[in-house]
Design a protein around this ligand. Structure first.
Ligand code: GRF
Length: 190
């Protein structure tokens, strides 16, 4: 990844839900020194609330139904090519991209995951943290490769877990630091 001097990378953000990470990435992208400009928001779910955030910010959106046809990844690659996308950020995106897609896109794909990887890959991270009575949890931004939540770690941020925490209170605590973490990870990576 060549170092960027002044140029903002054309970025696509993939979502599936609320889009609170998308919102923080949009805010970051508007900063003078940010290294990204968000050109496209892709969702696998047509009712994802994050799509409204994209529209409010006049960002092009694309719904890709991953369940419908197996050519969906080729369609997605075409959309990314047409929009000259140089970087993909997965922000609450709940679909797994194939090895073939990652190879063909051949540019960086970053994901944010709500645990201190390599601990707790996959789903239900907060439940596992509480069950194991971990003192810390947090979030991780990592490069996406063909193995789930296993790419090179770019940046992590910790939160303290207390006995009184519930899955909900922990999820909210982690989500809050995610919103600082993703922009900080982009600054570090780019
Ligand atoms: C976040 O906790 C993220 O880490 C996980 O999905 C959640 C979605 O958040 N992958 P949002 O859609 O960005 O609000």
């Amino acid at each position: 990844m060549e170092k960027l001097i002044g140029k903002k990378l054309s970025t696509a953000v993939f979502i599936s839900g609320k889009g609170s990470n998308l919102k923080s990435l949009i805010k970051y992208s508007k900063l003078k020194n940010s290294k990204i400009k968000i050109k496209l928001v892709v969702s696998n779910y047509k009712s994802a609330k994050g799509l409204n955030i994209a529209k409010k910010n006049k960002i092009r959106t694309k719904i890709i139904n991953f369940n419908k046809d197996n050519l969906v990844e080729n369609k997605l690659l075409l959309v990314l090519k047409r929009n000259k996308i140089d970087l993909v950020c997965l922000a609450g995106f709940m679909k797994i991209l194939s090895r073939d897609f990652i190879k063909k896109f051949n540019k960086p794909i970053l994901n944010i995951h709500p645990s201190l990887l390599p601990k707790y890959k996959g789903l239900n991270t907060h439940k596992k943290v509480l069950k194991n009575q971990d003192k810390f949890s947090g979030a991780t931004v990592h490069l996406v490769n063909s193995r789930l939540d296993s790419g090179k770690i770019i940046l992590q941020k910790k939160v303290r877990v207390y006995k009184k925490d519930t899955e909900l209170s922990l999820a909210n605590k982690v989500l809050k630091i995610e919103h600082e973490l993703f922009p900080a990870a982009l600054d570090k990576f780019l």
